[in-house]
Design a binder for this molecule. Structure first.
Ligand code: ATR
Length: 278
């Protein structure tokens, strides 16, 4: 019997996950179909119950339900529990278990593009303290051996993030101004704010003009493919990465978790690039 998977959100019609998931199922002979589900907030509980009653084995969760869905799930992974946000759900022994793959997907994509296995003793600057930043910070803190400074317009939000780490000494919370003035300290800069996202593409949270030699700058935004901060980074000789690979990694991790199949993330990346260029 064909398995049904999906993504739940509102609005959902611009999601690229149905395109790349269904293509991956076809290419890898996975007998499944991926459906976008647009749900009204007031119907969230019934929607989750309905998904379970229909035997849906897994679904992604996106804006605005990443936190709101938690009361309707049976269990959370340790990461999702700490972050209090879920973006992937799997049915295990009749229970819906919530995970957060944002951080893991980002780190996998980063390591692939930097061609490294570990960020050991590297200095990382995390720009932003929203939902995506939380998951990325939690994942970096789990690595245990990375120095991560956090910079955000609202400093209190960055300070709250540090609570997700067992090793608080490896993190300093700094202003955006200070991050800009000490940019040459960082091996990796990860941009997680919404600044630079289409349609306000001319802005960047800090100006990059004095990067460390060999620095790597990662922006989790994928539309536009080159944000203002990535443009500045490139002009400074840095290697850069946009959010497309993270999005592909996220979908690869889901398919692996739900079906046990390992699929090609490069093929997915290609499809994403083509879809975004059209
Ligand atoms: P997400 O879940 O996608 O990470 P979010 O939780 O709304 O989104 O977080 C958005 C991030 O972008 C926050 O770090 C936010 O900074 P604040 O915590 O100070 O709000 C940042 N951000 C958005 N617009 C900004 C702006 N104009 N200037 C500086 N930071 C901005």
């Amino acid at each position: 019997m064909i398995e049904l998977f999906g993504v739940m959100g509102n609005p959902i019609k611009h999601s690229l996950s149905p395109l790349i998931q269904n293509e991956a199922y076809e290419l890898n002979n996975i007998n499944a179909f991926f459906q976008p589900f647009q749900v009204e907030s007031k119907n969230l509980e019934e929607a989750v119950k309905g998904m379970k009653a229909l035997g849906i084995k897994g679904f992604m969760v996106t804006v605005p339900f990443k936190a709101a869905i938690i009361p309707y799930l049976d269990e959370l992974s340790p990461g999702a529990e700490k972050i209090r946000a879920v973006n992937v759900v799997q049915l295990i022994d009749g229970k819906y278990v919530g995970y957060n793959f944002d951080g893991e997907a980002w780190l996998k994509a980063l390591k692939e593009d930097m061609k490294i296995d570990s960020l050991k003793n590297q200095n990382v600057l995390l720009l932003g303290a929203g939902g995506a930043a939380q998951s990325i910070y939690y994942t970096l803190a789990q690595e245990g051996n990375v120095n991560v400074d956090i910079s955000n317009r609202t400093m209190e939000k960055a300070e709250a993030l540090v609570e997700l780490s067992e090793n608080k000494k490896r993190t300093q919370v700094i202003s955006l101004k200070k991050a800009e003035s000490q940019q040459e300290k960082y091996d990796v800069i990860v941009q997680t704010t919404s600044i630079g996202m289409w349609p306000k593409t001319e802005h960047s949270p800090i100006k990059l003009s004095n990067l460390k030699k060999g620095a790597f700058v990662s922006d989790i935004i994928y539309n536009p493919g080159e944000t203002e901060i990535l443009r500045q980074a490139k002009n400074n000789g840095a290697k850069v990465q946009n959010g497309m690979k993270m999005l592909a990694s996220q979908n690869v991790l889901c398919i692996e978790k739900w079906t046990g199949h390992k699929v090609d993330s490069n093929r997915m990346l290609q499809t994403l690039k083509e879809a975004l260029n059209n």
